[in-house]
Design a protein around this ligand. Structure first.
Ligand code: UD1
Ligand code: UDP
Length: 370
């Protein structure tokens, strides 16, 4: 059997299509949840709404500093992998869960399949950049979403070597987020909570913020919120803001109240979020997954960061990096007047999950290899 190791909101969403493909293709599997995310609105709501099986194991790692959180997961994964002895583990993306999953498997010589391999922001201060580089270098089966991500792997010497030692497979699959968007959009259109919110705020921008670089610096967070409120005022729009717990903590601890026009919301279930995304005039975010989804849904994006590991969105012209709050209004207006009218989705055809499982079945379970 193979083991999916996951632990956070975006991993649940982006692995859902791979788990479904495993079901459809009769691939035996089990799920280990590290417990990195545990609040129901970041965790169980997605299993329920995406109709996923309950994880067989939960390691309850919880929140802590990066080092302690990763160490807890590693300590708990080690005996479990010894006991289960999977043929391979599947990890997705760049969280601390991914780092712990990769290290625990590598130490036991269990092959690692890395979904969404090869992304690079070239900012080594980001925990995600550290995690994805280590995970890629330890993986045997690498599934970059795009040619550019595959080229990043090649540049680091991680190449396709089906007959080499160690055997290494690199397969461009598209991003499983396209599968997730296609599979859920019809249901998202019916979402009643989103309809209720949009009835009150029919003209809206969608905002998400959760990166430490923005949320752990209250002055920077305040400056972004002021700039966003000013934009909303000028465009006579509301800003729908589902607030990540990390951000909520900073707002609370520093007594930051939201300026007018910014509508606070709890973290939203996936179908509600997708519906709001589809109706947004503009998306403001520091999220990786939200940049991709907005691009897939033909929405203009301001990325509130200094770098992005989604460079294709910048090249298309639908995304502008906006690292300074003082640039936000100008960039938004520029984007709204000059963005291309339509663009090709660079993230694939929505069959990434199927491709990954077909490939893994071939390399792990066909008779000439077992
Ligand atoms: C993590 C990932 C990030 C990913 C994000 C998705 C790392 C290094 N970061 O960031 O790459 O984009 O998940 O959302 O792995 N908290 C809760 N409930 C929870 C989980 C967290 O209230 O269920 C609060 C805690 O106060 C915690 C803080 O949020 O300290 C941050 O959680 P953590 O998992 O450390 O990082 P994220 O910011 O969620
Ligand atoms: N998302 C959601 N509800 C929200 C905010 C985000 O369902 O309130 C989804 C969003 O559609 C995307 C994923 O969560 O698929 C992105 O997660 P996040 O921004 O937490 O992490 P990142 O992608 O930056 O790692």
């Amino acid at each position: 059997m193979i083991i999916f190791i996951l632990g956070t909101r975006p991993e649940i969403i982006k692995l859902a299509p791979v788990i479904r493909a495993a079901e459809a293709q009769g691939m035996p599997y089990s799920i280990i949840h590290t417990g990195q995310h545990y609040s129901p609105e970041l965790d169980t709501v997605f299993f329920r709404q995406l109709n996923l099986p309950k994880p067989a194991y939960n390691l309850h790692a919880g929140s802590a500093s990066h080092g302690v959180q990763t160490a807890r997961m590693l300590e708990r994964l080690d005996p479990l992998l010894h006991q289960v002895k999977p043929r391979a583990v599947i990890i997705q993306g760049d969280t601390n869960t991914v780092l712990a999953g990769a290290l625990a498997a590598a130490k036991q010589h269990i092959p690692i399949a890395h979904v969404e391999a090869g992304l690079r922001s070239r900012d080594m201060r980001m925990p995600e950049e550290q995690n994805r580089i280590i995970a890629d270098h330890l993986s045997t089966y690498l599934y970059p979403p795009t040619r550019e991500a595959a080229d990043n792997l090649t540049a680091e010497g991680i190449t396709h070597q089906p007959d080499g030692k160690p055997e290494r497979h690199v397969l461009i699959t598209g991003n499983t987020i396209v599968d997730a968007v296609h599979q859920h959009l019809p249901l998202a259109r019916e979402d009643e909570e989103a309809q209720r919110i949009l009835k009150q705020h029919p003209r809206s921008l969608l905002l998400t913020l959760h990166r430490p670089e923005n949320t752990d610096d209250p002055e920077r967070l305040k400056a972004y919120l002021q700039a966003i409120a000013s934009l909303a005022h000028q465009l006579t729009l509301s800003v729908l803001f589902p607030i990540h717990p990390r951000t909520e903590k900073t707002l609370h601890e520093h007594h930051i109240s939201l300026p007018e026009h910014i509508i606070p919301l709890k973290p939203l279930p996936y179908l509600t979020f997708l519906n709001l995304l589809q109706h947004a005039r503009l998306v403001l975010t520091d999220s990786g997954g939200v940049q991709e989804e907005a691009c897939i849904l033909q929405k203009p994006i301001l990325t509130l960061r200094t770098s992005t590991e989604r460079p294709e969105t910048i090249r298309i012209g639908c995304n502008i990096l906006t690292p300074q709050p003082s640039m936000l209004v100008k960039n938004a207006k520029r984007l709204l007047t000059s963005k291309p009218t339509a663009w090709e989705n660079p993230y694939g055809d929505g069959r990434a999950g199927e491709r990954i499982i077909t490939h893994l079945k071939e390399v792990l379970f066909t008779s000439h290899r077992s």
